[in-house]
Design a protein around this ligand. Structure first.
Ligand SMILES: Cc1cc2nc3c(=O)[nH]c(=O)nc-3n(C[C@H](O)[C@H](O)[C@H](O)COP(=O)(O)O)c2cc1C
Length: 169
């Protein structure tokens, strides 16, 4: 798949086959995450890879959807705001940086024939407790990772003219 095919084929997958994800594929995906860009190259991120069934079940307090647990792997992306670049007006770039790396994960998984679904609607306090996150580390996004067991239709998008403005607002 070339880059544009990957972008066009990606879908949020909410049903997974139980077959495991090959280690080589997981390694390549995590390498795509590792080399993502970040503001001032601070790399203020950590990725928790959860394969252990008991550890996965622990997450149910934080995110209860049954379909999420059909995938063999779950990855939680965490940010470390204290390590992130801060713009002069005080804006901390941790969410931007982690999101870029997370989208690398999502697109690399698609290129490997694997599915993901970006999850933001978890309970952060419960997720922190389930994963044992120390102070200063924030959970930002989670995804299941596995072979898709559904082929969702493409969801709609705004038109080009709604979102692109020439030269000024
Ligand atoms: C930042 C972010 C948070 C999201 N959170 C959730 C979520 O909590 N639960 C869920 O089922 N989907 C979640 N999604 C998936 C979106 O609903 C989905 O990307 C969107 O509807 C477009 O569909 P598509 O990904 O299949 O193109 C999230 C996506 C993004 C980018």
């Amino acid at each position: 798949m070339d880059f544009y095919e990957v972008v066009e084929n990606r879908r949020s997958i909410r049903k997974y086959k139980t077959i495991p994800v090959e280690e080589e594929k997981l390694k390549r995906i995590l390498e795509a995450v590792r080399i993502a860009p970040s503001a001032a190259n601070r790399q203020p991120w950590h990725f928790i890879v959860i394969k252990d069934e008991a550890a996965k079940q622990n997450l149910k307090e934080a995110y209860a959807r049954e379909w999420f647990y059909t995938a063999p792997v779950v990855i939680c992306a965490c940010g470390e705001p204290g390590k992130a670049w801060i713009r002069r007006d005080g804006k901390n770039y941790v969410d931007v940086d982690v999101s870029i790396a997370f989208e690398h994960l999502v697109l690399a998984a698609t290129a490997e024939g694997l599915g993901t679904c970006w999850i933001g609607a978890f309970d952060p306090a419960k997720l922190r407790a389930a994963l044992g996150l120390p102070d200063g580390i924030e959970p930002i996004a989670m995804t299941p990772l596995g072979y898709p067991d559904e082929v969702p239709k493409a969801t709609s998008r705004k038109s080009m003219t709604e979102i692109v403005r020439p030269n000024t607002w």
